[in-house]
Design a protein around this ligand. Sequence first.
Ligand code: SF4
Ligand code: SF4
Length: 105
Amino acid sequence: MDDQCDKCGICCKLFLINLNEEEYKSGNYKTMNQDFGYIDDFEDAEFRGANILETKEDGSCTYLKGVKCSIHNDRPQVCRNFFCRSKDPKWKGMIDTINDAKNIK
Ligand code: SF4
Ligand code: SF4
Protein backbone atom coordinates (compact mmCIF):
# COMPACT_ATOMS: atom_id res chain seq x y z
CA MET A 1 0.00 0.00 0.00
CA ASP A 2 1.19 3.48 -0.84
CA ASP A 3 0.46 4.98 2.54
CA GLN A 4 2.47 2.47 4.55
CA CYS A 5 6.16 2.06 5.18
CA ASP A 6 7.15 -1.38 3.95
CA LYS A 7 10.19 -1.36 6.25
CA CYS A 8 12.73 -1.90 3.50
CA GLY A 9 15.38 -0.10 5.58
CA ILE A 10 16.76 1.89 2.65
CA CYS A 11 16.30 5.27 4.33
CA CYS A 12 18.16 3.94 7.39
CA LYS A 13 21.19 3.32 5.19
CA LEU A 14 21.26 6.70 3.52
CA PHE A 15 20.68 9.47 6.05
CA LEU A 16 22.15 10.73 9.27
CA ILE A 17 19.65 10.87 12.11
CA ASN A 18 19.54 13.96 14.31
CA LEU A 19 18.20 13.45 17.81
CA ASN A 20 16.05 16.20 19.28
CA GLU A 21 17.04 17.74 22.60
CA GLU A 22 14.94 15.39 24.72
CA GLU A 23 16.26 12.33 22.92
CA TYR A 24 19.85 13.51 23.13
CA LYS A 25 19.61 14.34 26.83
CA SER A 26 17.95 11.00 27.61
CA GLY A 27 21.27 9.29 26.92
CA ASN A 28 19.32 6.35 25.54
CA TYR A 29 20.86 6.46 22.08
CA LYS A 30 24.32 5.73 20.74
CA THR A 31 25.63 8.90 19.17
CA MET A 32 28.60 9.88 17.05
CA ASN A 33 31.74 10.58 19.06
CA GLN A 34 30.04 9.85 22.36
CA ASP A 35 33.30 8.38 23.64
CA PHE A 36 34.69 11.92 23.68
CA GLY A 37 32.14 12.99 26.23
CA TYR A 38 28.67 14.42 26.60
CA ILE A 39 27.96 18.05 25.67
CA ASP A 40 25.48 19.65 28.11
CA ASP A 41 24.46 22.54 25.90
CA PHE A 42 22.18 21.17 23.20
CA GLU A 43 22.85 23.98 20.72
CA ASP A 44 26.55 23.29 21.03
CA ALA A 45 25.90 19.56 20.68
CA GLU A 46 23.94 20.20 17.48
CA PHE A 47 26.65 22.49 16.16
CA ARG A 48 29.24 19.77 16.72
CA GLY A 49 27.03 17.00 15.38
CA ALA A 50 27.06 15.23 18.74
CA ASN A 51 23.31 14.59 18.52
CA ILE A 52 23.67 12.44 15.39
CA LEU A 53 23.08 8.72 15.80
CA GLU A 54 26.12 6.53 15.49
CA THR A 55 26.60 4.90 12.11
CA LYS A 56 28.24 1.67 11.07
CA GLU A 57 31.25 1.56 8.78
CA ASP A 58 28.98 1.39 5.74
CA GLY A 59 27.19 4.56 6.83
CA SER A 60 23.97 2.85 7.86
CA CYS A 61 22.32 3.52 11.21
CA THR A 62 23.80 1.62 14.11
CA TYR A 63 20.33 0.34 15.00
CA LEU A 64 19.63 -1.18 11.60
CA LYS A 65 19.76 -4.99 11.81
CA GLY A 66 19.37 -6.46 8.35
CA VAL A 67 16.57 -4.30 6.99
CA LYS A 68 14.82 -3.84 10.33
CA CYS A 69 15.07 -1.17 12.98
CA SER A 70 16.11 -2.87 16.22
CA ILE A 71 14.61 -0.04 18.29
CA HIS A 72 11.44 0.39 16.27
CA ASN A 73 9.17 1.24 19.22
CA ASP A 74 11.68 3.75 20.56
CA ARG A 75 13.00 5.15 17.29
CA PRO A 76 13.78 8.88 17.17
CA GLN A 77 11.15 11.41 16.17
CA VAL A 78 12.73 12.15 12.78
CA CYS A 79 12.46 8.47 11.89
CA ARG A 80 8.76 8.60 12.78
CA ASN A 81 8.21 11.78 10.76
CA PHE A 82 9.84 10.70 7.52
CA PHE A 83 8.02 8.65 4.93
CA CYS A 84 9.46 8.08 1.48
CA ARG A 85 6.11 8.30 -0.30
CA SER A 86 5.09 11.52 1.43
CA LYS A 87 3.92 14.32 -0.84
CA ASP A 88 5.33 16.95 1.54
CA PRO A 89 7.89 18.97 -0.45
CA LYS A 90 10.22 19.17 2.55
CA TRP A 91 11.16 15.52 2.00
CA LYS A 92 11.69 15.80 -1.74
CA GLY A 93 15.50 15.85 -1.62
CA MET A 94 15.64 12.76 0.57
CA ILE A 95 13.06 10.96 -1.52
CA ASP A 96 15.04 11.70 -4.66
CA THR A 97 18.12 10.25 -2.98
CA ILE A 98 16.21 7.07 -2.11
CA ASN A 99 14.90 6.71 -5.64
CA ASP A 100 18.38 7.23 -7.04
CA ALA A 101 19.73 4.52 -4.72
CA LYS A 102 16.98 2.12 -5.84
CA ASN A 103 17.79 2.76 -9.49
CA ILE A 104 21.49 2.14 -8.99
CA LYS A 105 20.94 -1.27 -7.40
S1 SF4 B 1 10.23 5.05 4.75
FE1 SF4 B 1 10.43 4.22 2.69
S2 SF4 B 1 12.64 3.87 2.41
FE2 SF4 B 1 12.27 4.08 4.61
S3 SF4 B 1 11.93 1.97 5.35
FE3 SF4 B 1 9.89 2.82 4.85
S4 SF4 B 1 9.51 2.17 2.74
FE4 SF4 B 1 11.72 1.93 3.11
S1 SF4 C 1 16.72 4.42 14.45
FE1 SF4 C 1 15.71 2.78 13.35
S2 SF4 C 1 14.28 3.82 11.93
FE2 SF4 C 1 15.79 5.33 12.62
S3 SF4 C 1 17.41 5.28 11.06
FE3 SF4 C 1 18.01 3.89 12.73
S4 SF4 C 1 17.31 1.87 12.06
FE4 SF4 C 1 16.22 3.41 10.83
